[in-house]
Design a protein around this ligand. Sequence first.
Ligand code: ATP
Ligand code: MG
Length: 462
Amino acid sequence: MFNKLSLKIGLLFFIFILIIEAFLFSTLYFTLVNERVDEVMENLLARGETHSDVLEDSFEEMTLEHVGMMESASDFIVVITDETGEILVNSDALEPEMLEVLGHTDFAAVPIDGEIIEENWQDQRYIATDSPITIDGVHEGHVFMFAPTDNIERIIDHLKSQFLLVGIITVLLTIGTILLLSRLITLPLIRMKEATEQLSQGNNHVDLTNERNDELGELANAITKLSADLDRLKNARNEFLSSISHELRTPLTYIKGYADILARPDTTEQEREEYMNIIREEAAHLTMLVGNLFDLAKLDRNQFTIEQRDVSIAELLGSVAVLVKPAFDEEQIELSMDCSEDMQASIDPERIQQVLLNILDNARKHSMAGDRVVVECCREIDGIAIRISDEGQGIPEEELPFVFDRLYRVEKSRSRERGGSGLGLAIAKEIVESHGGRIRIDSKFGKGTAVTVRLKRGGDHS
Ligand SMILES: Nc1ncnc2c1ncn2[C@@H]1O[C@H](COP(=O)(O)OP(=O)(O)OP(=O)(O)O)[C@@H](O)[C@H]1O
Ligand SMILES: [Mg+2]
């Protein structure tokens, strides 16, 4: 029932709260006890003073007896002496402790005000006060008042039992609150632990969504999101694997089929040549596909080394143009570039060249003879943008969100004829993003496509 965390939290809280409670209770207890004892002492002294006042008015046998009689009915004991300590009246029988107090009194010294002469209520049986009787400036005697200390002890005992009761109730309430609190904290944690265990066992449908808006609630929601992400990743991986095996199987089937035909003795020299070419093309396609897959795997594991440095965009575009121009010329597609000389970006030129080559290759593949492909650069607030637009066939709107997905081709059969495997834009996106940049594609079906690559600015003057 108790798990470790709740026990730890609970015990810690309990000890802290117990210390605080003990401190508060003992302070309160001692203050109350002192107040009560002081009150009893003050009362006793005031009573003695009243008697001495009465006796100062009339210091006679009758008054003395009257005072003695009054106190004989009360809990207190009065002893009246003359100025030398000779006992004149005592309300109750004198106990040895009282005589001891009287014996300690210095009758030679003339007291002015009443005072407490025995206040040790813990050890003595009586507390005592002494009020002098002074008539017309002449010291005539003393009124000694005694109060049994068991009175005080009774009050203190009562206080003690009240404190004990309240203390026990407080401790029980504290324990209850702590148990509740620690369950409140640890229950969701236990559920999350179980959920993550399920995740690691392969069950990706974990739902911990809740209404709590504290850190625990956020953690639970994060785990739910993680499980959904894992699920998506798993599906994506499965889809990717089946697409790859399909991609690999097709060229391999061609290669095997044509190799079998080649092995036949009745193939002519011309046929041989033709089939060998097909085998070569398919092998080249396979090599390219595997190379691209390797690139993606490296990008995924962050092993793709990107060495960023300040590069002139115009120069980079120039070298890209040299590479793609022949293919564009062959298909009679016009290629124009517009980029100011001083524009610089902080990039790895080889990687970005790879990106641009792929985008231009796409633009060419999807354009017709006579179309135009335009490459423009422009400065933006936090970087530069390279835009490659074509007037080709465009991409249907519903396909647009997927073109950056791996192995995604809009027109599966036609693209394959042209040698595409649907990895180019996926790799381009990874490369641009690992430069801290962004890539986007806009397209109108039948009108054309524009791909924009945004990169960090390089140098100070760009
Ligand atoms: N400029 C474009 N015009 C029309 N469709 C495009 C254009 N660029 C990309 N596409 C579509 O997006 C798909 C994905 O492009 P991507 O570059 O990733 O793959 P690919 O060119 O088919 O193959 P690869 O680049 O791996 O050789 C393409 O198959 C194509 O259908
Ligand atoms: Mg491509």
